[in-house]
Structures are given as structure tokens and as C-alpha cells.
Design a binder for this molecule. Structure first.
Ligand code: ATP
Ligand code: MG
Length: 222
């Protein structure tokens, strides 16, 4: 069974009195454990698509199934549940809370899902992202690459099968970006379905499949 199946996805935004068509009928099927890149020019609709795949936003038309769960037509409370159980999301900005420790930042989603904070679990995640024994540091004591690793660990805390990353290396130098991609490759080896938006052609090629988007349509790799 496909882990993501999107059919005829459209997204229209209202900008004042003008309608902006960000997605115009996107069909996309991903098998469990795939590592996929999404590329395309600025404004092509990559973020619009990621937000819909990640259940952060709803499509104007079309249908979406995540991990066998029909998403289309669900209300916000149900979308929150689907997001929590199936999806981890990483952004270009790390969105760490500066006054919380690394461990507390990683554990924050547990708070929202009513799961007790588990220091052993946090330590395992920190090890996974290459930051063992940094649980008590504050984000301000970390480099950009380390902060993104913390954000990735936070995205993994509910053990999602899908990791979505929108321009995760956009703020990082090429050596640091390479390290983040090694981590994605490792997570992919562990069976997680990884989808990464990037402007970097070289990084994009490291995925098993490259999906190109232009003017709201998939033009290659679907
Ligand atoms: N909230 C919004 N309101 C109105 N228009 C929007 C909104 N979000 C996105 N758009 C428009 O939808 C189109 C697609 O935007 P999107 O952010 O998905 O592009 P992108 O491919 O992620 O670009 P970039 O590479 O610059 O991040 C653009 O024309 C954009 O201006
Ligand atoms: Mg974008």
C-alpha cells in the first residue's frame, strides 16, 4: 500500500481580490521507505504541496491518503491527530524555543500529545542525530547544523513513518548541508519515508527520485 497518495490536488489562495493558483492538479504516489526530492523554481508550489502532504493545510480540491488514512474532508482536530501520528516536519528555520534546553525542545511534541517526557527516549534521539549528551544545552549554544539536527530529532519524537523537510539546508553551508543529508540517508535506511524540498540540484540527486514542479504542476518524476 502506498504511504502517500495524492490525486488531483489543487490549491488556490486569495490574495486581496486576486486568486492565486499555487497547485493545479498534482498527482503523487509514494511507496513506504522512499527518499524523494522536490525541486522547482521559486513560486512553483513546493511549499504549498508540502504543507498539504504534511496536513498543515488543506487542498482546495483533490484527495489525499496518508499511511492508509483518508485525509480529505477531515476537520482540524483529526488533522492534528494524523500529523502527530504519521508525520514529522522540518523547516528552513529551526523554530527552537531559545529558553528551553535541547532535550526539552525535542520533547515538546510529547507534551502536546499527552505522552510523558522520557529522558531515555530523548537521549536515543540525540544519539541518532549525532548530538549525544547535548540534552542540557540551550539552542543558543549550538551551530546552525546542530540546531537543525535538534529540529529533526523533535520531528522524530512521535516516531513518524514520514519525514517532510522544506528547504532544510537553505540556511546552512555546503559541508553542514552534506551532514544533514547524511542524516536523511540514514533515516531512509531505517525505513522512514523522506521527502525533501531543495533548490540544490546536487543534493536533490541524492534521493531515489526527483520530482520537479513548475507552475503548480508536476512536470517530472511523478
Ligand atoms: N498564503 C498565501 N496567500 C497567497 N498566495 C500564496 C500563499 N502562499 C503561497 N502563495 C502563492 O502560491 C504560489 C506557490 O507558493 P509556494 O510557497 O508554494 O512556492 P515555492 O515553490 O515553495 O517557492 P520557494 O522556492 O520560493 O519557497 C506562489 O505564487 C505564492 O505567491
Ligand atoms: Mg517554499
Amino acid at each position: 500500500m502506498s504511504i502517500i497518495k495524492a490525486t488531483g490536488i489543487c490549491k488556490t489562495y486569495q490574495r486581496g481580490r486576486e486568486e492565486v493558483c499555487a497547485l493545479r492538479g498534482v498527482d503523487l504516489t509514494l511507496e513506504p521507505g522512499e527518499f524523494v526530492s522536490i525541486v522547482g523554481p521559486s513560486g512553483a508550489g513546493k511549499t504549498a504541496l508540502m504543507n498539504i502532504l504534511g496536513c498543515l493545510d488543506t487542498p482546495s480540491c483533490g484527495t489525499l491518503t496518508i499511511d492508509g488514512v483518508q485525509v480529505t474532508g477531515k476537520g482540524e482536530a483529526e488533522l492534528v491527530k494524523i500529523r502527530r501520528e504519521h508525520i514529522g516536519f522540518v523547516f528552513q528555520q529551526f523554530f527552537l524555543i531559545p529558553t528551553l534546553t535541547v532535550g526539552e525542545n525535542i520533547g515538546l511534541p510529547l507534551l502536546f500529545s499527552g505522552t510523558p517526557y522520557d529522558p531515555a527516549k530523548i537521549e536515543i534521539l540525540l544519539e541518532k542525530v549525532g548530538l549525544a549528551h547535548r540534552a542540557d544545552h540551550l539552542p543558543g549554544q549550538l551551530s546552525g547544523g546542530e540546531m537543525q539536527r535538534v529540529a529533526i530529532a523533535r520531528a522524530l519524537v512521535n516516531s513518524p513513518r514520514i519525514l517532510l523537510a522544506d528547504e532544510p539546508t537553505g540556511n546552512l553551508d555546503s559541508v553542514t548541508a552534506d551532514g544533514i543529508y547524511r542524516l536523511f540517508e540514514e533515516l531512509h535506511r531505517q525505513g522512514i519515508t523522506v521527502i525533501v524540498v531543495t533548490h540544490n540540484r546536487e543534493l536533490a540527486q541524492r534521493a531515489g527520485r526527483v520530482i520537479a514542479i513548475r507552475d503548480g504542476c508536476v512536470v517530472a518524476g511523478s
